[in-house]
Design a protein around this ligand. Structure first.
Ligand code: ACM
Length: 521
């Protein structure tokens, strides 16, 4: 057991040495990097120490181009701490590791610790295994107030995760202000009531739900994320999952009906039509999206598109004839390409759910998010496309965590902590050239049944901690050692941060939802 066995995700290499570096009033924190300012603010709050730029014992940060991207080298001696990082993001991860080495009290906002803070001597040499270490947050089904998004970003950063996939629109709500189309939020951002429990079994409450982010709110989220090494990939889901938009602008639909924002959960038959006006509408929406989000990669959704309304639509048939398409599914691909071409003209490329790989040629540079399993990712990688692995059988964190009778609203596949920890992002048997197309993996937090930040905490943690290790750490895994690190060192850190995670032996009584129906798969 080395004193570095507290680190989670586990670093690539460690070399323990004797001794400790004590933090005290004369400790200086130096280096002109954002990571230094972040660490100073966090540690001043938690330790009460001044950590100014001058002192006798230094913690010094600098960049070193010989280290890999996002990587760092942390050397702790009894008299000084030297941190070299491959880039600014690597410095942030070094700062996160350094905070972990100080113990759970370093995660508090005020000094509550009576003893001395100290770092164990030795060297940590660390770098991520994958470049895409993502988590999807569905703020469409249940809106998440901005302050809670900031908190979630802090938690992601503490786990060295680097992509927040923000699912901004769906049938049940539109959450991004679009100046050109204000009704998307005046009408589309709220619903009259919600289904409580699985979509097939739950009953409606009578409680309006809503909320949206202004463009400035989103700019603030992007900047806050960026300061923590996180890219926000926005998702505007088309051409399905669009009932909230159709409720706001009925001319986007196929039937002419005035729909409401959907109050159910599941796959929705109401998809947008394929008129020139509708294509133009969503191109304008994406113009406003790229104005706010600097991410090169923009998610266009593309999942779960029932074709019945297009089958019944003369307009859709005319579009198929015009484009020489023989199936409605190809129309789905055509719609996605209209968005992709427009985004490409603005220097962006798309990521889409794996259905986009089935409905026609993928646009150049498109990334496939393999969610219905691993096969779509395997096929896309072999065909030379980049992929992000998100299979629902493994990394859907809204799915049930156990067969415990108290598991709240148990939906989806059984995904225990051990299952998530055992997940391997590079599918077995994939040739090296195709494996190189796997950018990484992404955990999903869909929120049909996660209606509050407390429910999100329960679903996300500690499984997201296990996922962080899957995407950051070297491929070899030791489940028992992970569990020890988690229970002895990481859960106390989450406690210090006020995270209401699922206890390892089952939910607290107040985390259960008796009588609310789930539907296990
Ligand atoms: C999805 O879960 N519909 C991507």
């Amino acid at each position: 057991m080395s004193p570095f066995d507290v680190l989670l995700p586990r670093p690539a290499e460690v070399e323990p040495a004797d001794g400790v570096f004590p933090l005290g009033p004369a400790t200086a924190l130096i280096g002109s990097l954002p990571a230094v300012e972040w660490l100073r603010a966090e540690l001043r709050a938690a330790t009460g120490l001044p950590l100014t730029e001058s002192g006798v014992a230094v913690i010094a940060f600098s960049l070193d181009a010989s280290l890999p991207a996002e990587g760092y080298r942390l050397e702790i001696t009894p008299t000084a701490v030297w941190i070299r990082a491959g880039d600014e993001t690597g410095a942030l991860y070094a700062a996160q590791s350094l905070r972990q080495l100080l113990g759970p009290a370093a995660f508090r906002r005020s000094p509550v610790h009576s003893g001395q803070f100290e770092l164990p001597c030795g060297v940590v040499l660390d770098r991520p295994r994958f470049g895409w270490r993502g988590c999807l947050l569905d703020v469409a089904r249940h809106f998440l107030p901005r302050s809670d998004v900031f908190r979630f970003l802090d938690l992601m950063a503490a786990h060295k995760l680097n992509v927040l996939h923000l699912h901004l629109t769906d049938d049940q709500g539109w959450r991004m202000e679009i100046e050109r189309y204000p009704r998307l939020t005046t009408i589309g951002a709220w619903r009259e009531r919600s289904t409580v429990g699985h979509g097939k079994l739950g009953a409606l409450d009578n409680r309006p739900h809503g909320g949206y982010y202004t463009k400035d709110d989103l700019r603030e989220i992007v900047a806050y994320a960026s300061a923590r090494g996180i890219t926000v990939v926005p998702e505007i889901d088309v051409p399905g999952h669009t009932q909230a938009a159709i409720a706001a602008y009925p001319e986007l639909g196929n039937t002419g009906d005035q729909l409401g924002v959907w109050t159910g959960w599941g796959i929705n038959p109401n998809v947008v039509n394929v008129s020139d006006e509708t294509v133009k509408f969503f191109r304008t929406v994406f113009d406003e999206v790229v104005e706010v989000f600097p991410s090169e990669i923009i998610c266009v959704g593309g999942d779960e598109v029932p074709l019945d309304q297009w089958s019944a639509s003369p307009q859709a048939r005319a579009r198929m004839a015009e484009q020489g398409l023989t199936t409605e599914a190809q129309l789905h691909g055509w719609f996605i390409r209209q968005m992709a071409v427009h985004l490409a003209e603005r220097g962006r490329r798309i990521i889409g759910w794996d259905e986009i790989a089935e409905v026609g040629d993928l646009p150049p540079g498109a990334i496939v998010a393999s969610w219905r399993g691993e096969q779509a990712g395997v096929d896309a990688a072999r065909a030379g496309h980049q992929v992000v692995m998100c299979p629902e059988q493994h990394v859907y964190l809204d799915h049930r965590q156990s067969d415990h009778p108290g598991e709240p609203i148990p939906v989806g596949y059984l995904s225990t902590l051990a299952d998530v920890y055992a997940y391997e992002p590079v599918p077995a048997g994939l040739e090296a050239s195709a494996a190189a197309q796997v950018l990484g993996a992404q955990a999903q937090l869909w929120t049909e049944h996660l209606d509050t930040p407390r429910r999100l905490d329960y679903a996300a943690f500690p499984r997201l901690s296990a996922f962080a290790e899957v995407v950051w750490s070297p491929a070899e895994r030791d489940p028992e050692a992970f569990l020890r690190r988690l229970s002895d060192h990481h859960l106390p850190r989450l406690d210090a941060l006020g995270v209401e995670y699922r206890p390892l032996d089952g939910p607290h009584p107040w985390q259960t939802r008796p009588g609310v129906p789930g539907l296990p798969r």
